[in-house]
Design a binder for this molecule. Sequence first.
Ligand SMILES: Nc1ncnc2c1ncn2[C@@H]1O[C@H](COP(=O)(O)OP(=O)(O)OP(=O)(O)O)[C@@H](O)[C@H]1O
Ligand SMILES: [Mg+2]
Length: 238
Amino acid sequence: MEDSLEKKGLLYEGKAKRLFATKDELLLIQEFKDDLVIDHGKRKTKFKGKGNINCEFSAFMFEYLENYHIPTHFQKKFKKNSMIVKRVEMIPIEVAVRNFAAGAMLRRYNLEDGQKLEYPVIEHLLKDDSLSDPLVNDYHCFAFGLATPDEMRAINRLASKVNAILRSFFQRRGLVLIDLKMEFGKRESQIMLADEISPDVMRIRDAKSGKKFGGDRFRYEMGGVAESYEELAERTLK
Ligand SMILES: Nc1ncnc2c1ncn2[C@@H]1O[C@H](COP(=O)(O)OP(=O)(O)OP(=O)(O)O)[C@@H](O)[C@H]1O
Ligand SMILES: [Mg+2]
């Protein structure tokens, strides 16, 4: 039945993906673009094949996580660069889990790049590029009506579970999961992992050499951005 799904109208075009309606109002098509955008839309590049890698990567991760009983919006792969997902009501916060200090955290707390955190840190950021996604805590989320205490508990439990699963997954491949950013949605009061789980939303380094992959290579102008996405896919998706 789903094979006969067709793209209907464009519902949303974001920085890295497009969402299309289908004739089934419970399902959407999520298409991954070749654009790589960082710093809340301020810096942008693109390379051919990036959308495909992120789509394959996300599909693989969602299926992997489902095996560990993480509810996700993933339904199945669709045509190139696209997947069918369940339509959910998005909770407009980004949930970051950090295992090692990196990025914005370094300046904020004066930490060293790659410094081990004794316990994973969960951060919540309000999804608003015009404010550069400010940090919020659970109480802001309740006060702004973004999520209830029960929903925040479910989100935080799922976020730390996903982090633990993926950290071991990458460790077995000689890679270190520095941090990861997730978005959650709800459908019929069930909280599920939505959006994407791709190199765009994870910081990964080689365990031995410390080599950086993905968006960080663009952020720090290190070159080899496309190659690093390919290498990560090569070392991961099998
Ligand atoms: N299953 C889903 N149902 C409805 N919306 C979804 C679903 N999965 C992801 N989304 C939303 O679709 C959009 C994906 O586009 P993209 O990630 O490119 O946006 P973005 O430019 O990062 O902007 P945003 O700040 O809105 O995430 C996001 O807004 C995300 O929250
Ligand atoms: Mg996004």
